[in-house]
Ligand binder design. Structure first.
Ligand code: ATP
Ligand code: MG
Length: 299
């Protein structure tokens, strides 16, 4: 393969992961010339381009070296690693980062009226799925001998059509299962979108660019979950207030002009700060409280 000096990231062309993936890359300072109808988007600022493809193709494109990184569901990545995998000179793939969107799970579901207590009840049954690799592996570990029927889509209607006795499919809210009179019985895999890439990063400028991108990603992911808490407290209440602060690094204390017994406290909190927590902190002696979202952070 011809060496490239620009980084290439594969992402889903159109689907559940498209908007959040693009938003995440934008937050990392990457912008692309809009050509959503096409396969390729040229990166404007940094030397990073996008390849817009079906999500199923992403692991293969990385493994073959056509792309350096990809944003894809763990479900798709794990299925690839378990099946097509790392043979035929394909690079071994890994999850470089968990991205916190596209959360779902791969589960077994059976018709509501089916008598099901344990995986062993699937013995001799037909199970429809788009994830034959993951299902096959799970059946093996459970010691269950069942027939795996591979379908590209509409797996949830297979029991109604009589082509399968159970299914193994992605579930988010469970609404689709209920609509098809199915009930979830076992979870095989918890999934979310991940940044996938080869285990060994390229040793040229692309490797440097990947490291830079990973650092920015860490900042963006941390910021997304961070809140800045500002409040005023008297010196005497400081201990009580500090004890109630949600987790995070040590707070910063600032003097308040003209009020020597008062302090301004600033704390970075990892995650939401609830009304309940604020009320407790106020009871301990705090006032003038603000919870602010964090826009950018560079440690
Ligand atoms: P493509 O045309 O790219 O192959 P697709 O139909 O396979 O699209 P989507 O339905 O857009 O893919 O789902 C993309 C990913 O979103 C899934 O692989 C999974 O990781 C995640 N996801 C989250 N919730 C769900 C859900 N309820 N059903 C299916 N996928 C979900
Ligand atoms: Mg797909």
């Amino acid at each position: 393969m011809k060496p490239r000096d620009r980084l290439r990231i594969a992402m889903q062309k159109s689907g559940r992961l498209t908007e959040p993936a693009l938003d995440l890359l934008n937050r990392c300072g990457l912008t692309f010339r809009q050509s959503r109808d096409k396969l390729f988007c040229f990166g404007e600022g940094e030397p990073v381009d996008l390849l817009l493809v079906r999500d199923d193709d992403i692991p293969g494109l990385i493994a073959q070296g056509v792309c350096d990184l990809g944003i894809v569901g763990r479900n798709v990545l794990s299925e690839f690693r378990g099946t097509a995998g790392e043979s035929n000179g394909n690079a071994a793939l890994t999850e470089w980062r968990k991205l916190g969107f596209g959360r779902c799970r791969l589960s077994i579901a059976v018709p509501q009226e089916m008598d099901y207590n344990a995986p062993q009840d699937l013995h001799g049954r037909r199970i429809a799925t788009s994830y034959p690799g993951l299902l096959g592996e799970w059946l093996r570990t459970q010691g269950v001998d069942a027939t795996v029927i591979t379908l590209a889509g509409s797996v949830e209607i297979a029991p109604k059509l009589g082509t399968a006795d159970a299914i193994c499919d992605l579930v988010q809210s469970g609404g689709t299962l209920v609509a098809n009179q199915l009930r979830e019985t076992d979870v095989l895999l918890q999934s979310e979108a991940v940044l996938a890439g080869p285990e060994a990063l390229p040793s040229d400028e692309r490797g440097d660019m990947i490291e830079l991108l990973l650092k920015r990603l860490d900042g963006v992911i941390q910021v997304r979950e961070s809140r800045l808490l500002l409040l005023q407290t008297s010196r005497t209440s400081l201990d009580a207030v500090t004890r109630l602060l949600p987790g995070g690094p040590q707070p910063t204390l600032l003097p308040v002009a003209g009020q020597p017994d008062q302090l301004m406290l600033q704390a970075l909190c990892a995650g939401e700060v609830s009304w309940r927590q604020l009320e407790e902190i106020k009871k301990a002696g705090a006032r003038e409280m603000f919870v602010l979202p964090v826009e950018k952070m560079l440690a």
